[in-house]
Design a binder for this molecule. Sequence first.
Ligand SMILES: NC(=O)c1ccc[n+]([C@@H]2O[C@H](COP(=O)([O-])OP(=O)(O)OC[C@H]3O[C@@H](n4cnc5c(N)ncnc54)[C@H](OP(=O)(O)O)[C@@H]3O)[C@@H](O)[C@H]2O)c1
Length: 243
Amino acid sequence: MLDDPGRMADIAETAEKDAALPPTAIAGISGYTGLRLLPMLPESPGGDVRLLMRPSTARKDPWRTDPRTISVDLLDEKALEPALRGVEVIVCLVGTTRAQFRDATATEPAVSYENVDIGIPRALARAGKKAGCKRFVLLSSWGIESSPGAYPSAKRAAEDAVKTSGLAWVMVRPSFIVGEGRAAPKALDVVWAPVRLFAKGFADDARSIDAKDLARAIRRLTLSNEWDGQTLAGRTLHALAGA
Ligand SMILES: NC(=O)c1ccc[n+]([C@@H]2O[C@H](COP(=O)([O-])OP(=O)(O)OC[C@H]3O[C@@H](n4cnc5c(N)ncnc54)[C@H](OP(=O)(O)O)[C@@H]3O)[C@@H](O)[C@H]2O)c1
């Protein structure tokens, strides 16, 4: 049934999966958004996709046996540089929350906004520049421009670090990322529905985005440099996901 939208999306996704990605390194594939991007990536050893993750995660299934996995301290620029050699596009999906903060251990650095939300994209961008990478796609967040607080300011610092790295960049700023097990903020979308009548663009930026749609948009941004130098919020991301 070619008029079945679900079937059409599956066909489009299969065709996209087969489209050649440039050599790409992804950090944060094990997260909520990353796991939705994973099935959209080429699996063949011929496709150059590298999944960069911290050693404690790389030791777990399914990453342990995935030939694309690279176990690396994502804050260590010297270790990242060889891992990024030959890569064209860096995609960074990492982030943490206050609830996950913890002190450094003997084997891993502290978990904080400073280390994870700022330090990792900054280290990736600096090492990527030295390694000869060309572009950086950063998953940031909507509403960070002028909001006070540690999280928005960390996201702003991360964006600045990528923008000043010398790499071409795209900033991806979704509002709430929803999907299975994460539906709650979607309820807020009713707040934006009336706003949409007179400010469609703003309301589309504010409303939640399904993680699978977001992953589809990120994959398109990895494939094409058409949006380089742009900061993309919901209105563009929803369109890219459905295009
Ligand atoms: N959730 C939302 O509604 C929302 C909205 C707008 C923007 N964002 C932003 O979007 C990004 C992705 O969100 P998400 O919900 O998909 O994230 P998530 O499920 O929390 O996943 C976070 C990813 O970051 C990695 N990570 C965290 N701490 C790390 C560390 N210390 N070292 C190495 N890797 C680390 C995790 O790897 P491990 O498996 O090793 O832990 C995981 O792959 C984040 O930057 C977030 O701030 C989220």
